[in-house]
Design a protein around this ligand. Structure first.
Ligand code: HPA
Length: 250
C-alpha cells in the first residue's frame, strides 16, 4: 500500500454494516492469507483525518453465514496491515432488561456456545501452542474509550454484560435462550467468537459494540411473538447510525 501511516483502528462490521460512512479515499486490500480467504477486501482510508480500516465480516453483500466466516483469515488480514486496535460491531438479540431493541451495548464478558469453528492460530501444523489469558475477553482500555466516546456523542450505551455466542445461522429456541439467561447471558449473537479470542492471540486490542436488533426468543414484553427480519433490519439501521458517532470520539 502506498500510505505507510499506521492504521489507528479497524472496524469489523456485522449484519447491517457493510460500508463505513465517512471513510474517505478508501483503498481495497484483498488477498488470501495462510488461513485462506477473508470475507472480502479490507477498505483502508481516512476517517476524520485518521487512517482507519474497515472489513465487512459477512462480506459486503452479506453472503457469508456466521458459521462459515473465516475468522482467522479476517483477523490475519488486519494484523498484516499493522492493525493494533479492533472495534467489532455485532448484531445481537437482547435477553435481559437493559438490552431492548436498538440498545447499543459494550459487553465485558463472553460465553462461547459455538461448535466446530476454527478458533485458534495454534492448530496450524507446527505452530507453537499458546494458552492466552482470556479472563477478561475484551480490552478494558478500549471498552472505556468506546464508552467515553458514546458519552461525548450523546449516545446512550449500556456498559457491560455477557455476550453468548451461538452457532447460527438459525435463531435460538426459547429454551436455549432461557438456559443462556440462567448462565448469565445478557445478549445473544452468532459472531462474537472465535473473533475475540483470535484477536487476543494476535496481540490486538479488541472490544465489541453490540447493536440490539430484537428481543431474543422468549424475551421482552411480548415473548410469544415471532422474530421477523423486517424488525431486525429496522432496529439495526437505527442502532448502526451510532457507529460513526462513536468512531469520531475514538
Ligand atoms: N439471536 C442470535 N443472533 C442474533 C439475534 C438473535 O436473536 N438477533 C441478531 N443476531
Amino acid at each position: 500500500m502506498s500510505d505507510t501511516t499506521p492504521i489507528a483502528l479497524a472496524v469489523i462490521g456485522g449484519t447491517g454494516l457493510y460500508k463505513l460512512a465517512g471513510l474517505d479515499d478508501a483503498e481495497a486490500v484483498s488477498h488470501a492469507t495462510p488461513y485462506g480467504e477473508p470475507s472480502g477486501a479490507a477498505r483502508v482510508g481516512s476517517f476524520k483525518g485518521h487512517r482507519v480500516a474497515f472489513l465487512a465480516r459477512h462480506g459486503e453483500g452479506h453472503t457469508v453465514a456466521p458459521h462459515r466466516i473465516n475468522y482467522r483469515a479476517n483477523l490475519w488480514l488486519l494484523h498484516e496491515l499493522g492493525v493494533k486496535r479492533v472495534l467489532a460491531v455485532n448484531a445481537v438479540g437482547g435477553i435481559t432488561e437493559r438490552y431492548g431493541p436498538r440498545a447499543v451495548g459494550v459487553p465485558d464478558q463472553l460465553i462461547d456456545y459455538t461448535d466446530g469453528r476454527l478458533s485458534s492460530y495454534c492448530d496450524a501444523p507446527g505452530a507453537e501452542v499458546r494458552h492466552i489469558d482470556f479472563g477478561e475477553p475484551y480490552t478494558a482500555s478500549l471498552r472505556r474509550a468506546i464508552l467515553a466516546a458514546a458519552a461525548q456523542a450523546g449516545v446512550e450505551a449500556v456498559d457491560g454484560g455477557t455476550y453468548g455466542t451461538t452457532q447460527g445461522p438459525r435463531l435460538e429456541t426459547r429454551a436455549e435462550v432461557a438456559r443462556m439467561r440462567r448462565d448469565g447471558c445478557d445478549l445473544v449473537g452468532m459472531t462474537g467468537m472465535p473473533e475475540a479470542a483470535l484477536a487476543r492471540e494476535l496481540g490486538m486490542e479488541y472490544a465489541c459494540v453490540a447493536l440490539v436488533a430484537n428481543w431474543a426468543a422468549g424475551c421482552g414484553p411480548t415473548p410469544d411473538v415471532e422474530i421477523t427480519m423486517d424488525e431486525v433490519f429496522a432496529n439495526l439501521a437505527a442502532a448502526t447510525a451510532t457507529v460513526p458517532l462513536l468512531l469520531e470520539g475514538l
